[in-house]
Design a protein around this ligand. Structure first.
Ligand code: PHE
Length: 454
C-alpha cells in the first residue's frame, strides 16, 4: 500500500477476485435495475429510452467505471481521501460523493422498506387474486407508522452487514445474494415472455419511438446509467480501495457494467411484457413493480403466483441490500479514513442520520405530501438531486481529473498494473476520459436540466 490511512487498524481487503466482482456488481445491481429501470422506461416512452440508456452505459459507463477503480486502488483510500492525496484541489469531488451517498440513503431505504413489507404481505396472503393492488400500495406508502417501521428494519439490516467490515460482511453477503438473484430473474423472465400477448410488451421495450425524446429524457437516461452503475459519487472508488494490486481492473470494469445492464434489461423483460399482456398501465411510475407485479403473479394461479411473488420480492430486497450497503460504506469509510472514527461508531452515526432523512422521505408521500419544493416532494427531490445533478456532475469531474490532471502515464500505470496487463484500447479510453465524457455530460446536463424538476 502506498498511502496508509491514518487509522491504526489494518485496512481490510476483499478476500478474492470473485468476491470483489460480486460486491461491485452487487452495488450496481439494485432497486435501480428492478424498480427504477422498468418504470423509467415506461414513463419515458419505452424503446428510445432503452437505446439512449444503452448508449450511455457504453460510452460513459465502462470508461468511468475503470477510472473510479483506478483511483481507488491507486490510493487505497475512499473517495475523499483518494482525491486529497492525488491533488487536494479535487477533494471536493470526494466530499460531493459522500453527500450523494447520504442523499440517496435518504430515499433508497424507503423503497427497501416497501420491498420488505411486500415479502411479508406475500407471506400473509394479502396479495391474493382480486385484491386491490393500488389501494394496498397506496395505503402502505402514505401511512405514517408502517412504512417508517419497515424502513427502519431495512436500514438495520444494512447497519449490521456494514458493521462487519469488508471481507466479513459485504463480501460474504454479495457472494450469496448475487447468484440467487440472477437465477430468480431468469425464471421470472421466461414466465413473463411466455404469457399470451407478451409480444407487444417486447416491442414496446425494444422498438424506439424517437418522437418521444427530448433533453429531459436524455438526461434521465444518462442519470439512470449513473444511478444504476453506482458511478459519479465515489462508490466504486471506495470499493476499489479495498482491492489487491494484482487484480485486473480492465476486465472487471467491463464485467460489472455488462452484468448490471443485463439485469436491468432482464427486469424490463420481466415487468414490461407482463404488464402490457395483462392490460396494466406501463406508465404507472414508482408503483409499477409494487402494483403491477403482484397482480401479474396473482393471475398465474394461487400457489404458483404466491411462490413466484415471494421469490420476486425476496430478490428485490437482496438486490437492494447489496446496493445500499455500498452507499452506507461510502459514508462509513469516509468517517473512518478522514475523521478517524471506529467503524462501529461511523456505522451507527451514519445509520441514525439516514434514518431521520428516510422518515422525511417516507412521510413526504403521506402526512407531509403537501410540502413540495419546485413541485417535488422530499422523496423525489432526493432522487432527482442525485440522479440528475450530483452524480452526472461528479462523473464529469472525475473524467476531467483523470484526463487533465492525473495524466496519461499515471493512469496507464494503474490500469495496466505497471504494464503487466494488456489493454489495447488504452488510448481510446484515455481520449474518452479527457474529451468525450466531459463534453457529452456537459451537453446533456445543460440541455436536460431545464426540464428539472419536472
Ligand atoms: N446502483 C444502485 C442501484 O441500481 C444504487 C446505487 C447508486 C448504489 C449509487 C451505490 C451508489 O440500485
Amino acid at each position: 500500500m502506498d498511502q496508509q490511512p491514518s487509522t491504526v487498524e489494518k485496512r481490510d481487503q476483499f478476500g478474492s477476485r470473485m468476491g470483489f466482482i460480486l460486491a461491485a456488481a452487487g452495488s450496481a445491481v439494485g432497486l435501480g435495475n428492478l424498480w427504477k429501470f422498468p418504470y423509467m422506461t415506461g414513463a419515458n416512452g419505452g424503446g428510445a429510452f432503452v437505446v439512449i440508456y444503452l448508449l450511455a452505459v457504453l460510452i460513459v459507463g465502462f470508461s468511468l467505471m475503470l477510472m473510479e477503480f483506478a483511483l481507488g486502488r491507486n490510493t487505497s483510500l475512499a473517495a475523499a481521501g483518494a482525491f486529497r492525496t492525488l491533488d487536494n484541489r479535487f477533494t471536493f469531488l470526494g466530499v460531493m460523493g459522500v453527500f450523494s451517498a447520504f442523499i440517496i440513503m435518504g430515499f433508497y431505504p424507503v423503497v427497501g422498506g416497501w420491498s420488505v413489507a411486500y415479502v411479508v404481505k406475500t407471506l400473509t396472503g394479502e396479495l391474493v387474486a382480486g385484491a386491490s393492488y393500488d389501494a394496498i400500495f397506496g395505503t402502505l406508502i402514505s401511512g405514517t407508522f408502517t412504512p417508517v417501521f419497515w424502513t427502519l428494519i431495512y436500514l438495520l439490516m444494512n447497519v449490521v452487514i456494514v458493521a462487519g467490515g469488508i471481507s466479513g460482511g459485504i463480501e460474504k453477503a454479495a457472494k450469496l445474494m448475487m447468484p440467487a438473484l440472477f437465477i430468480l430473474l431468469i425464471i421470472l423472465a421466461i414466465r413473463s415472455i411466455t404469457l399470451p400477448g407478451a409480444g407487444a410488451g417486447l416491442e414496446y421495450l425494444f422498438k424506439p419511438d424517437w418522437s418521444l425524446v427530448n433533453g429531459g429524457v436524455v438526461l434521465a437516461a444518462l442519470g439512470q446509467a449513473f444511478f444504476s452503475l453506482s458511478l459519479g459519487m465515489g462508490c466504486m472508488i471506495t470499493y476499489a480501495s479495498y482491492l489487491d494490486k494484482k487484480e485486473n481492473l480492465v476486465s472487471t470494469a467491463f464485467i460489472v457494467p455488462a452484468l448490471d445492464t443485463l439485469i436491468a434489461i432482464l427486469a424490463g423483460i420481466v415487468i414490461i411484457p407482463a404488464t402490457i399482456a395483462l392490460g396494466f398501465e406501463v406508465g404507472a411510475g414508482p408503483g409499477l413493480v409494487f402494483v403491477t407485479i403482484p397482480a401479474v403473479f396473482a393471475t398465474m394461479g394461487a400457489t404458483v403466483g404466491r411462490i413466484l411473488s415471494l421469490f420476486f420480492f425476496v430478490l428485490v430486497v437482496l438486490a437492494a441490500l447489496t446496493s445500499s450497503m455500498s452507499l452506507l460504506e461510502v459514508v462509513v469509510s469516509y468517517l473512518v479514513d478522514e475523521k478517524n472514527m471506529t467503524r462501529k461508531k461511523a456505522v451507527t452515526l451514519a445509520g441514525i442520520v439516514m434514518f431521520i432523512m428516510s422518515i422525511a422521505a417516507s412521510l413526504s408521500m403521506g402526512a407531509w405530501s403537501g410540502f413540495t419544493i419546485m413541485g417535488n416532494n422530499i422523496f423525489d427531490l432526493f432522487d432527482k438531486i442525485t440522479t440528475n445533478i450530483t452524480m452526472p456532475l461528479g462523473g464529469m469531474g472525475i473524467s476531467i481529473f483523470v484526463g487533465w490532471f492525473w495524466g496519461k502515464e499515471k493512469a496507464r500505470g494503474e490500469v495496466t498494473n505497471d504494464g503487466t496487463i494488456k489493454f489495447k484500447l488504452f488510448d481510446l479510453w484515455f481520449f474518452a476520459c479527457k474529451w468525450v465524457i466531459p463534453i457529452i455530460i456537459g451537453i446533456v446536463f445543460l440541455t436536460g436540466i431545464s426540464s428539472f424538476p419536472g
